[in-house]
Design a protein around this ligand. Structure first.
Ligand code: ATP
Ligand code: MG
Length: 610
């Protein structure tokens, strides 16, 4: 391949639309162009990268015994209604693009394929003898993300590898899950990525165990918490830890305290000398469902703790009434919202767990009782400070028994707090949690039987009776992975692709293409490299050498062969992109020097020839 034929358009300056390095570099290096919000053209250079990643993914998926397939992107609403996900994915903050066909039938553009594949399984899988079986596809997915950003990191149209496995037993599901875990580790290592596996929330996909694979990088959207000994790692959405101990409150009996103007915990502690661990704070929120009236929530946390919104959403979903449909969103209750419901304002800043359901009486569209939940750090307190439910008044020395004498008035106690870096670990309290940022490139789930039951995908077991299939699902963000690789491998001058996924392995750059000697030697080296099976590119443009070197650095080809003045003596220069070390050598020795290095590098971080 020749650069002159590559339609290469590089940009000298950082494009205004990009915030993080990898996005800037992919734009500047002529890898992608934005067509619309979250929608990108993958230009020929990037397409080569994507195909290399897909090649690695395919090899490793095939090695697990999974079968490649291709499922439709247009999916009938009916399947999603049967799984109970249509409303959740289309209403509120739902991310499914959906449309109507000429017969006024509803369709969605596939954000994921559990429904389609389970319907197929219901049709095709009849007997335990056909199990286990895994299918995978590499395909464009569509998600109307609330905040598309960072280029390919969070697109509205992106490439995903998704796989689904079907089993006769949970045991067999666990085996395939473990095999996928291994395959994923090999895939990321072969792509040259440092990735860690962490416990994850299962989110809208559902199911029990799930694990995410995170490429560690400062620009990552996810916060991951890991123990120093590496034995525990979790997405913060899911992470658990031991809270710091509370400072005991020496105050009884309970007394009122006038607190004018002290609406924040910080102010309350500063003025009255409390410790935040002595305070119970109260959040009032409202949860909206697809098919039920909104549910007001009263959530208690210890004053030093932060709410984990994912844990709260899971707790609220799990407690939703039968037929309430999907949980669409949870938003804070404000006095404006209360007014819209025809309710009186609340004394925010002075709320306490004893806030009476009476404040909801007469609500237009909400349930008229709070769902009361509390983090265990709050329910574990025996005496505490909280709002008195009257403006500028607090209670000091309050207790759950005194505030809410009836046990059924008290909140349900559960883990709702966000684990924080520095917290002690559950598995070993002398260990503390460390924080790192990560880019989620893969996610594997043990789905269990949620979809097979909803879509009646059953098989006949060995004993001859009908049972729902056990399922797993396994995703990799192929296009996100390409950009994550840039985020992990770049420097001031540009991208430093890992060789295994670089668009080309070697670029031959004649310093002066008008010099016939240089041109001839460059051409013959290109041929030699190609004949040896090397992905080689020739920069045949009549640009100044400096321009060509800059572009080569920017687009990040791992090896540069410079043919300059010494071409007359058969001498060339070999420059490694990563670290930019340079060595002079005889043109005749190029293959001998380069091929063994490429062979090793093509394995990524696996350390063995692939
Ligand atoms: P996220 O938490 O980042 O929104 P997700 O949990 O919704 O991701 P999954 O449904 O598990 O993602 O999808 C499988 C993989 O697809 C993810 O691990 C990620 O690598 C990739 N992916 C998900 N959403 C996007 C997107 N909008 N753009 C690019 N890749 C994505
Ligand atoms: Mg995920």
């Amino acid at each position: 391949m020749r650069v002159s034929r590559l339609m290469l358009v590089t940009l000298r300056d950082d494009p205004a639309e990009a915030e993080i390095s990898s996005h800037k570099l992919l734009l500047r290096g002529g890898y992608i162009r934005r067509i619309s919000s979250g929608i990108y053209a993958y230009l020929p250079l990037l397409w080569r990268v994507l195909q290399k990643i897909e090649g690695i993914v395919r090899q490793e998926m095939n090695a697990t015994g999974a079968l490649e397939t291709l499922l439709p992107q247009l999916q009938p609403a009916e399947l999603w209604q049967r799984s109970g996900r249509w409303d959740g994915y289309t209403a509120g903050e739902g991310i499914m693009f959906h449309l109507q066909d000429r017969q006024e039938r509803q369709l969605g553009l596939g954000p994921t394929h559990e429904e389609v594949i389970t319907a197929l399984a219901a049709d095709l899988l009849r007997s335990y003898r056909q199990l286990p079986v895994s299918l995978y596809q590499i395909q464009t997915k569509f998600r109307d993300e609330i905040r598309p950003r960072f280029g390919l990191m969070r697109g509205r149209e992106f490439i995903m590898k998704d796989a689904y496995s079907f089993h006769a037993s949970e045991e067999s599901l666990k085996q395939s899950y473990a095999a996928m875990d291994l395959a994923y580790r090999r895939i990321f290592a072969r792509c040259g990525l440092r990735a860690v596996a962490v416990e994850a929330d299962s989110g809208a996909i559902g199911g029990s165990a799930s694990q995410e694979f995170m490429v560690t990088a400062e620009a990552g959207e996810d916060l991951i918490l890991t123990s120093e000994d590496g034995r525990y790692g979790a997405n913060q959405e899911r992470a658990v830890s031991l809270p710091p101990p509370a400072v005991e409150l020496q105050q009884s009996p309970c007394q009122e305290l006038a607190t004018p103007g002290l609406a924040s915990i910080e102010d309350l502690c500063r003025v009255h000398g409390f410790d935040p661990t002595q305070i119970v704070k109260v959040l009032v929120l409202v949860a909206r469902f697809a098919a039920a009236p909104a549910q007001p929530l009263l959530v208690c946390l210890r004053g030093d703790q932060q709410l984990n919104e994912v844990k709260l959403a899971n707790a609220v979903s799990a407690r939703a009434a039968e037929g309430a449909g999907a949980l669409l969103e949870i938003t804070p209750i404000s006095n404006e919202l209360l007014a819209a419901e025809g309710l009186a304002p609340l004394p925010f800043g002075s709320l306490g767990p004893q806030l009476d359901d009476g404040v909801l009486a007469g609500a237009r569209s909400w349930q008229q009782r709070f769902l009361r939940l509390a983090d265990t750090t709050a329910t574990d307190l025996t005496g505490f400070v909280c709002g008195a439910c009257r403006s500028d008044q607090h209670l000091v020395g309050a207790s759950w028994e005194a505030l809410l004498p009836q046990p059924d008035q008290r909140p349900q106690s559960l883990d709702l707090r966000a684990a924080q870096p520095g917290d002690r670990c559950l598995h070993a309290p002398e260990q503390t949690l460390l924080a790192a940022r990560g880019i989620e490139v893969g996610h594997i789930f043990q789905l269990g039987r949620k979809y097979s039951q909803a879509l009646e995908a059953t098989f006949t077991n060995e004993a001859g009776s009908e049972e729902a299939l056990w399922m797993g699902c396994y995703g990799i963000g192929v296009s996100r992975l390409a950009q994550a690789a840039v985020e992990q491998h770049h420097d001031e001058q540009g991208i430093c692709w890992p060789t295994s996924i670089a668009p080309f392995e070697v670029i031959v750059v004649p310093a002066n293409i008008e010099d016939p000697l240089q041109q001839q030697l460059a051409e013959s080296l290109l041929t030699e490299l190609l004949d040896a099976g090397v992905d080689a590119l020739l920069d045949d443009r009549s640009e100044r050498a400096g321009v060509k070197f800059k572009d080569a650095d920017l687009i990040g080809i791992p090896w540069r062969v410079v043919v300059g003045r010494d071409a007359a003596n058969g001498q060339i220069e070999l420059v490694q992109r990563q670290g930019r070390s340079t060595e002079a050598l005889a043109a005749s020795a190029l293959l001998e020097v380069l091929l063994p290095r490429l062979t090793t590098e093509r394995c990524g971080l696996l350390g063995e020839p692939a």
